[in-house]
Design a binder for this molecule. Structure first.
Ligand SMILES: [Zn+2]
Length: 267
């Protein structure tokens, strides 16, 4: 038995509140697409042609719709088990939407980097999100299946201004924060309620991609709350600051593997 897993289990059971950060080391591995020969053909056909860059995210969406990959699915299921019955909040930096297929209360999840659930105007002309046009998705699928030529594909556009329509995620020209702000407000309110409470903070694969969203604020929360304890799981950026040395533990592991490993501990 591994002491760390058992200790984590106890700490979470004992905590009044649990704060979870999911970071880039948990991000679904899109290289899976490269194992698909049709995808490789498409890459070769569209390479270097700016008119077709929009197709790739639709193919990622296709992978997400096909079903959940077992390793990720087990990891998120375990996280759901750990959090069952607890008062928790999850901040996820991943853009793969895996956190939304888990068994979590969605009102307790915020993903400030966006994902594939909604689309937006590239310029965010009206400050709102829109559903993915199924006909665009279907057209890409037909092209993928070889039933339609590349030249027949048309990039979806904003119905208001005619700009490109893109998935609501960081990287678009004017990222529409409307996709997460309301939930973020809920999160900050929840955070205020953690003061002086027994709080267990679990960071899963949060590196330095956006340290201002999870890593630094989480450290600060633990620093100020003497009853808080931080677990930082990351393959190499697992170190925790000296000022919280007694109330934190770094775990040098891949976060997805770590979650899966908890299956052995009948949590
Ligand atoms: Zn627009």
């Amino acid at each position: 038995m591994d002491i760390t897993q058992l200790e984590l289990k106890e700490k979470i059971q004992d905590a009044e509140l649990v704060l979870v950060g999911i970071g880039e080391a948990c991000q679904y591995d899109w290289n899976v697409l490269l194992q698909d020969s049709r995808y490789r053909e498409i890459e070769a056909e569209t390479e270097g042609d700016d008119r077709y860059v929009w197709i790739a995210p639709f193919l990622q969406k296709m992978i997400l719709r096909r079903g959940r990959e077992e390793r990720w699915d087990r990891a998120y299921r375990m996280l759901g088990k750990i959090l069952k019955g607890k008062n928790y909040f999850i901040v996820s930096l991943c853009m793969d939407d895996y956190v939304y297929g888990g068994e979590f209360d969605e009102t307790k999840v915020v993903s400030p980097c966006g994902g594939f659930r909604m689309m937006q105007c590239d310029k965010n002309c009206a400050g709102k999100l829109t559903q993915m046009p199924e006909e665009s998705y279907e057209a890409v699928m037909r092209y993928y299946r070889g039933e339609m030529p590349l030249a027949a594909l048309e990039e979806p556009t904003c119905s208001l201004c005619g700009e490109k329509l893109r998935f609501n995620q960081l990287g678009v020209e004017q990222y529409a924060q409307e996709g997460y702000l309301e939930r973020w407000n809920g999160y900050t309110k929840w955070l205020q309620g953690t003061v002086n409470k027994k709080l267990c903070v679990l960071e899963l694969g949060v590196g330095m991609a956006y340290p201002g969203i999870v890593r630094f604020p989480f450290e600060k929360v633990v620093y100020y709350n003497q009853k808080a304890f931080l677990y930082r799981v990351h393959p190499h950026l697992y170190q925790t600051g000296e000022e919280i040395a007694g109330r934190s533990r770094g775990i040098a592991e891949n976060p997805i593997d770590f979650l899966v490993s908890l299956e052995k501990y009948s949590i």
